[in-house]
Design a protein around this ligand. Structure first.
Ligand SMILES: Nc1ncnc2c1ncn2[C@@H]1O[C@H](COP(=O)(O)OP(=O)(O)O)[C@@H](O)[C@H]1O
Ligand SMILES: [Ca+2]
Length: 497
């Protein structure tokens, strides 16, 4: 009896193991399939209301993976027609109207079922900062008009406001390092890893009315006014960030024009070394002195006209920019940027984007062009006559074509003499996008406000990762074969009673 029961029990046990492994295999496959099911995509949008123009950025990410990194990408970029919202001083409702075309495009892009769950923000930068300094009522009126316009759509409107210069700098820095997976990375072994410290990049943003620099300095930031503390995925960062209001490239050119007007002999024709020879520009004084970035002369007739006549003189253009930027004043601190602003020595690699990129890209300069090539390219561009340029680039906007000479020199002055990149030129890379997503403050702003970057490390991984799934299946198949092998051996050579 004993001898007969043993093989039966063994056989039953083996059949049970085989059934269990088959069930486990089926479950593993089902689990894998459910992890790969297309979860509903989520959307979020941010209007970047810059001093020169407004753009709408629409982002998307898989709904099941909000705690992951490197997951949010740009779906749509819509350029709003016309100038920035701060230009609507005589027609504030027009600022709201101007956004409608892009909001309609967003409506056609975001599925109807997701529209109410799509957060929508508007952040205004230096153009509105300047307007609010000049006329707070007007800037509030413009913000209320854009709010009305955005609220008339089904999206989840979360505010239209002027962001601070520090936010603008810090969110640009977050955008770059999020896209490059500098904060956290998903390793091959299925664990979250913190990339080495050296992989964090600094951010250089050049706008029309302000410019920002943000990076992690070697030593703690000495001036609390430029320290930005962050905790991302359990790691603490202390960022140095500064926004120079009035030092965007359009306001800087305005400062230069005002300086030339004030220091020239009282004649109506003023020689301009940063404009091309053959180029003449007649403006009213009211157009030069219409900004809080310049000091009006006394006496001052806003209707009086002056003509700037281009001379294309690179050396003079550069030395005048150095005066405007004030690269020498650093009395209060051991280390400075420009205009007497505290700045620790630059540290690590940097991405330079927005107008830094547009200028270098137009001049045909590669992201990491050598210093000598950059200098010679800017100089030979400035040397061209206006007639040659217009014939060479018939499709480029006249304002852009005229300003690239000034912008090229301005960029070199602020980077080399302002931020002191003289011995670190090779650390700067001029870029527009990372992973098909534009570099700018908008993505970082949305990630922060929607809590898409948690301050603590993600604990669970949603769904089963490929490596883990492969290991599970391997083990199950191995167990299945082993039990089948034992059954066969047992049947062939087992005890026969
Ligand atoms: N294709 C281009 N070529 C040259 N300059 C450009 C181009 N597109 C935009 N710009 C310039 O980039 C700057 C963008 O600044 P903006 O974001 O509007 O201002 P801010 O960030 O100071 O509020 C402006 O000076 C604008 O003229
Ligand atoms: Ca900008």
């Amino acid at each position: 009896m004993k001898l007969q029961l043993k093989p039966v029990l063994l056989g039953v046990a083996l059949v049970a193991i085989t059934c269990m492994t088959i069930i486990a295999l089926i479950l593993a496959i089902v689990n894998r399939q459910s992890a790969e099911l297309p979860y509903s995509t989520q959307y979020g949008m941010v209007f970047d209301a810059g001093s020169s123009h407004t753009a709408l950025f629409l982002y998307q990410w898989p709904g099941n993976k909000e705690n992951n990194t490197g997951i949010v990408s740009q779906t749509l970029l819509c350029d709003v027609k016309g100038d920035g919202i701060s230009s609507y001083v005589t027609n504030p409702p027009g600022a709201g109207e101007s956004l409608r075309e892009c909001l309609d495009i967003a409506m056609a892009t975001v599925p109807a079922s997701q529209q109410r769950a799509t957060p929508a923000y508007l952040g205004a930068t230096a153009g509105m900062r300047l307007l609010s300094l000049q006329n707070k009522t007007l800037s509030d009126q413009i913000l209320s008009e854009v709010t009305k316009s955005m609220q008339s759509y089904p999206f989840d409107f979360r505010g239209a406001r002027i962001i601070t210069g520090m936010e603008e700098g810090a969110y640009g820095w977050i955008t770059i390092n999020y896209l490059l997976e500098g904060f956290i990375k998903y390793g091959f072994d299925g664990k979250w890893i913190h990339p080495k410290a050296g992989t964090i990049l600094g951010a250089l943003d050049l706008g029309g009315a302000s410019t920002q620099i943000s990076f992690i300095p070697r030593d703690p930031v000495k001036d609390p006014q430029s320290a930005f503390d962050l905790q991302l995925y359990s790691y603490r960062y202390q960022l140095y960030t500064h926004s120079y209001l009035c030092y965007g490239k359009d306001q800087a050119l305005k400062k230069l024009n005002a300086y030339l007007q004030k220091t020239s002999r009282p004649s109506s024709v003023i020689q301009h070394p940063c404009y091309h020879s053959g180029y003449n520009l007649t403006v009213k004084l009211g157009d030069i002195y219409d900004s809080p970035c310049v000091v009006k002369p006394t006496p001052y007739d806003p209707l009086a006209q002056v003509t700037f006549s281009g001379t294309g003189d690179s050396a003079l253009c550069m030395s005048l920019i150095e005066i405007i930027v004030n690269v020498t004043n650093c009395s209060l601190y051991p280390d400075c940027g420009f205009d007497g602003v505290y700045q620790p020595p630059v540290n690590g690699q940097f991405f330079a984007f927005s107008a830094y990129f547009y200028t270098f890209d137009f001049l045909g300069l590669a992201p990491k062009a050598s210093l000598s090539l950059v200098n010679s390219t800017i100089e030979s561009y400035c040397n061209k006559t206006w007639m040659t340029l217009v014939a060479e680039y018939p499709k480029v906007k006249e304002k852009y074509l005229r300003d690239y000479c000034f912008s090229g020199h301005y960029i070199m002055v602020i980077l080399l003499k302002g931020y002191k990149f003289e011995t670190n030129w090779d650390k700067i890379s001029f870029q527009k996008q990372v992973a098909d997503t534009d570099i700018g403050w908008t993505l970082g702003y949305m990630l922060n406000l929607t809590n898409l970057i948690p301050s603590s490390r993600p604990l669970v991984v949603t769904g089963v990762q490929t490596s883990q799934w492969a290991a599970e299946v391997f083990f199950i198949v191995f167990a299945l074969f082993l039990s089948l092998f034992i059954i066969i051996i047992f049947c062939v050579w087992g005890p026969t009673t």
